[in-house]
Design a protein around this ligand. Structure first.
Ligand code: FE2
Ligand code: FE2
Length: 281
């Protein structure tokens, strides 16, 4: 039997069935009282239920062709985790849009059309390559969310922080599952890199479209000072969240790259420790 799973043996891909009640936090600007920072994370959340369904489908498509029982187990854990993320973010998105007057159908409609097009025009292998690349983006954002220096720790509502960190930790646990399936199925390096370029573009456009919709409804769309602050939040030299993940992002374009080349187990361990304290508090 060939080993196909490269998730370290001490990292179980373990679904945690958690329910978050976020109503009061979602009614306001829960991240630093800041409309842009809040809208950025809310817009990412909008993409999750449909996006994660696409991920599950694209991995499941190959599940019965996997020979390594460990990778089969990883896939089961991956589908379980993404399933709970979908449920929690669906609830998040509905509560958010209801309370703040955002149009969920409009935002999801655009994404749904993109996914439909991908399913029509891309082969199952290309869809899996797209999933692997988006999982890398999620994993490096998760790394930054779990890092001690992340401003979210002090600036976000504690219930929201708990949800985002739970999601981040599980993304980190399953970060190489889609990738390992892609490799096991003989996916090429060329297709993998091309999928990353395409996915990055589509994801950025989609999240920005969500931000624009939300800020428009908030009456903040033409607040240029806010956009200046938003730019700094994303790309600023001192801790811009996208700028800081850029080196990790670029690694994906190296030949022979694997997500666990970045050993992020210490971050997982410290999340588990803090999480345990919160749960028993
Ligand atoms: Fe997820
Ligand atoms: Fe994921």
């Amino acid at each position: 039997m060939v080993r196909q799973s490269n998730t370290p043996a001490d990292v179980p891909v373990e679904p945690r069935n958690r329910e978050h009640s976020l109503g009061p936090a979602l009614a306001g600007d829960w991240f630093d009282n800041h409309p842009f920072k809040t809208a950025w994370f809310n817009a990412m959340s909008i993409t999750f239920p449909l996006g994660e369904k696409f991920f599950i489908d694209s991995v499941r498509h190959f599940a019965d062709r996997i020979d390594d029982p460990k990778l089969t187990d990883d896939i089961r854990g991956f589908c379980g985790q993404e399933g709970f993320h979908r449920r929690e973010h669906q609830h998040y998105n509905e509560t958010l849009c209801q309370q703040r007057g955002y149009d969920l159908a409009l935002m999801e409609g655009r994404l749904e059309a993109n996914i439909k097009r991908s399913k029509k025009f891309f082969s199952p292998m290309q869809q899996l390559a797209i999933t692997a690349s988006l999982e890398h983006i999620t994993a490096i954002l998760a790394e930054s969310a779990l890092d001690e220096s992340n401003p979210m720790r002090n600036e976000a509502d504690p219930l929201m922080l708990a949800l985002w960190q739970w999601h981040a930790a599980e993304e980190m646990e399953h970060k190489s599952v889609a990738f390992d399936v892609y490799r096991a199925m003989g996916g090429t390096e060329k297709m993998r890199k091309r999928a990353m370029r395409q996915s990055t573009l589509f994801l950025m456009i989609d999240v920005m479209a969500g931000v624009v919709h939300m800020l428009r409804r908030d009456g903040q769309l033409w607040n240029l000072r806010l956009w200046g602050q938003g730019w700094k939040f994303l790309f600023g030299r001192n801790g811009g969240i996208l700028r800081s993940v850029w080196p990790a992002y670029k690694e994906y374009y190296k030949d022979g790259f694997h997500p666990w080349d970045r050993d992020t187990r210490p971050l997982l361990a410290s999340w588990k420790e803090n999480d345990q304290q919160l749960l028993t508090a």
